[in-house]
Design a binder for this molecule. Structure first.
Ligand code: FO1
Length: 312
């Protein structure tokens, strides 16, 4: 069975790792948000791509979910010694990824090509696919003004109320050939439990992406990132609320209405089954929180089975 996952950072990477375990080598493609990308010190950093890549390669930092395990920070200490900004924690070995990526992008390679080279070198059997090759940047409207995504997320620790989202450059973006192929060739398409506003929101906003999803014959299922009215990780709950959406699995399902065939929710949210079914989606209520690697594989198998059943 071939699966195509849509993912943001840490939550998306966890379920993608479970899908990789559950499938035959090479049968997983992960389409990843790149609107968090930015250029500290002139280097192209792609946090979600790298989080997915390091997780699938088994080298991610298990405590943070992003960055590399056993990392050192001599580069940052040297930057600090010069009085430079060190709020974005780039590790020494992680730096190699950004330096090589930047060098290749400047030499004219596409982000898709560079990501394939890096992930193959790390021994990943499947394909990690940027949502597009064009540069797209998430800007958040807050009472403190317009903030770049990493400024909001890391530097200001998500303390600002988000009252709007602007995806700079999205109108010129297009799903890549590799993304279109992964979607059309999939047996199941899985929306990972990523932030529906700033992680999967940009992926779905790439002009042509919703049409490609609609044309793909595979059943489409999402795993809710909201359990018991709270986000599993990050600011998704506060963001949904401040943008006027319901903070629940049903609220997330409403954002994906017309795209999805099924929604996987935690047993805690069983009471929302009727509301989600009313949106035209089948519901699987299970243990949707991934506490450890065995949970990831178990949830992934359940999601694949649920999705495959919807296609029958
Ligand atoms: N997240 C943090 O909260 N603090 C950091 O210093 C940080 C550094 C970082 C470096 C490389 C990388 O690939 C990711 C990093 N992240 C960091 C994670 C990242 O900013 C966010 O998790 C995503 O952008 C949201 O999906």
């Amino acid at each position: 069975m071939k699966a195509c996952a849509l993912a943001g950072g840490v939550g998306g990477a966890k379920l993608s790792a479970g899908l990789q375990d559950a499938l035959s080598p090479g049968d997983l493609s992960v389409v990843v948000n790149t609107a968090d990308d930015f250029d500290p010190w002139g280097l192209r950093v792609c946090p979600d791509l790298d989080t997915v890549m390091y997780t699938l390669a088994g080298v991610a930092n298990p405590e943070t979910g992003w960055g590399l395990a056993g990392e050192s920070f001599a580069f940052l200490e040297a930057v600090s010694g010069y009085g430079g900004d060190t709020w974005f924690k780039l590790g020494d070995r992680d730096l190699a990824t950004h330096v090589l990526r930047t060098q290749k992008l400047r030499a004219g390679h596409t982000l898709t090509g560079v990501t394939a080279e890096l992930s193959q070198a790390l021994g990943i059997p499947g394909r990690i696919l940027p949502m597009c090759n064009e540069k797209v940047s998430t800007l958040l409207k807050t009472p403190a003004g317009l903030l770049e995504f990493q400024e909001y997320f890391v530097r200001r620790r998500q303390r600002d109320e988000v009252i709007g989202v602007d995806l700079r450059g999205i109108e010129d973006a297009r799903p890549t050939g590799a993304v279109l192929e992964a979607l059309s060739g999939a047996d199941v398409i899985v929306f990972c439990p990523s932030n529906p506003v700033v992680s999967l929101g940009p992926v779905l906003s790439v002009p042509g992406m919703r049409e490609a999803l609609a044309a793909a014959p595979a059943p489409k299922v999402a795993v809710s990132p909201i359990v018991g009215g709270r986000a599993l990780k990050g600011p998704a709950d506060r963001m949904l609320s401040s943008l006027g959406h319901e903070v629940s699995s049903a609220g997330v399902a409403a954002l994906y209405e017309g795209i999805l065939d099924g929604m996987v929710i935690d047993r805690t949210d069983e009471g929302q089954r009727g509301d989600i079914e009313a949106l035209g989606m089948a519901v699987l209520a299970t243990d949707a929180v991934m506490h450890d690697p065995p949970d990831r594989g178990r949830l992934a198998r359940e999601v694949l089975e649920f999705g495959a059943g919807l296609g029958a």
